[in-house]
Design a protein around this ligand. Structure first.
Ligand code: PMP
Length: 422
């Protein structure tokens, strides 16, 4: 048996039992509060996720007991800080199944990871007339760095279009790959639409023509198992704060032979082996790309987040969130006057919608009065809005702590929007 939108109730119930979200949400102290007199319903995890107590404790513990600069001192505190900082790197390596921990470069977030590759790899290898392929559903951070470089060097952006459901037109991608293509840089899961792109297929098509592939995994890493070797990517960037870790820290993973051949992105302390006024010899990976004192507490907090996710299991999280997304899509989709934007067959926990009755910002304001946090606006993906000829959507995005109760509260508040504006 299936429901009106093609759901199998048994599969849905099975998915919703994959994790115990009611129990897990107790790990997140921030969720236990009222906003405007209503219990907080947090549906903005695509913007940033909330932090479990273990992550908060790891940061407090670092500053309370171990704070010192890393890689620089023989004293005990410095050694403890260095050990914890490097242990977190190894945890990230394991989490993404990278071959070597030296390939895990700490950066500020996805944005910095993308800028690093555009700036360092692009400046070294791109020539006038070369092309970089992105998709029509990129976050601005996977458009602007290539555009800036493009203006400087004369490199052209090619954009893979998508259909009305928000699915990439793969045949067009294939026909864009050519002699001038120097990089394919694609979003794994769209933050505006939720579409999960077939990046493994795209990587093998690109590699068949000798073109490297960069993945923006900001939205996929918290929601599904990521194996960088299985995906066949060359560079992958993601942000700690979207995977239950702190802000200010993220990761660029790259294949060692590519990173080794690339020039430094920033320079100063830590990234050198020796300096004279005549010449500087750069350090090995990962230090070559980690100039200056890093976000030590952030890295340790990220390590704690990774261990938290591993203990739950990414495959179970993916099954649960998929079922919850389907439940939400069915409930929202059945409200007259609500249109879902992004209906790809393969999509993650993002419910972007518009309403006949009200503008996205008005929706957001009414929802906030009901204690519900959603994001409204263009979601840093203005080309996606342009594709649908809209200026903004309201976006409910899911995390492992959301439940069907949260979706039900959202639906009730949307009924209120219709009452007020309809
Ligand atoms: N890419 C995608 C798909 C995103 O959703 C985001 C954050 N909204 C980014 C990149 C940028 O991430 P950050 O701001 O953490 O660098």
């Amino acid at each position: 048996m299936t429901t009106a939108t093609g759901q199998n109730p048994a599969a849905l119930a099975d998915g919703l039992n994959a994790i115990d979200a009611h129990r897990l949400r107790r790990d997140f102290p921030i969720l236990n509060q009222e906003i405007n007199g209503q219990p907080l319903v947090y549906l903005d995890s695509a913007a940033t996720t909330q932090k479990p107590q273990v992550v908060i404790d790891a940061i407090v513990d670092y500053y309370t007991r171990n704070n010192a600069n890393v890689h620089r001192g023989v004293h005990t505190l410095s050694q403890r800080a260095t050990d914890d900082y490097e242990r977190a790197r190894e945890a990230v390596r394991r989490f993404i199944n990278a071959p070597e921990s030296c390939e895990v470069i700490y950066v500020r977030g996805t944005t910095e990871g993308l800028n690093l590759v555009a700036s360092s790899y692009g400046r070294k290898y791109f020539k006038p007339g070369d092309e970089v392929i992105v998709t029509g559903m990129e976050h601005h951070s996977n458009i602007v760095p290539w555009q800036i470089l493009g203006k400087e060097i004369g490199v052209k952006l090619r954009v893979v279009p998508f259909n009305d459901d928000g699915e990439l037109l793969l045949d067009q991608f294939e026909s864009m790959l050519g002699d001038r293509t120097r990089m394919v840089s694609v979003v794994h899961q769209s933050n505006a639409l939720g579409t999960v792109n077939p990046v493994k297929t795209m990587a093998s098509l690109a590699h068949a023509r000798g073109v490297p592939v960069m993945l923006d995994a900001a939205q996929s890493i918290p929601h599904m198992p990521i194996d960088v070797q299985d995906l066949g990517a060359d560079f992958v960037a993601f942000s700690g704060h979207k995977m239950y870790g702190p802000t200010g820290i993220g990761v660029l993973w790259g294949r060692a032979e590519l990173l080794d051949a690339m020039p430094p992105y920033q320079s100063g302390g830590e990234m050198i082996r020796s300096v004279t006024f005549e010449e500087t010899i750069y350090n090995d990976l990962p230090a070559k790309f980690e100039a200056g004192t890093p976000d030590i507490a952030g890295a340790i907090g990220l390590g704690a987040a990774v261990e938290y996710l591993e203990a739950i299991g990414m495959a179970r999280i993916a099954r649960y969130e998929h079922a919850l997304m389907r439940y939400g899509a069915e409930r929202l989709g059945s409200i007259a006057g609500v249109r879902l934007v992004g209906t790809a067959a393969n999509k993650g926990g993002v419910l972007s919608f518009i309403m006949d009755a009200a503008h996205a910002h008005d929706i957001g304001t009414i929802l906030d009065a009901a204690g519900i946090a959603v994001r409204t606006g263009h979601h840093c993906a203005q080309p996606v809005m342009a594709r649908y000829e809209i200026s903004a959507t309201a976006r409910a995005s899911l995390g492992l702590y959301n439940t069907t109760d949260d979706i039900d509260a959202l639906v009730k508040a949307i009924d209120r929007v219709i009452e007020v504006f309809g």
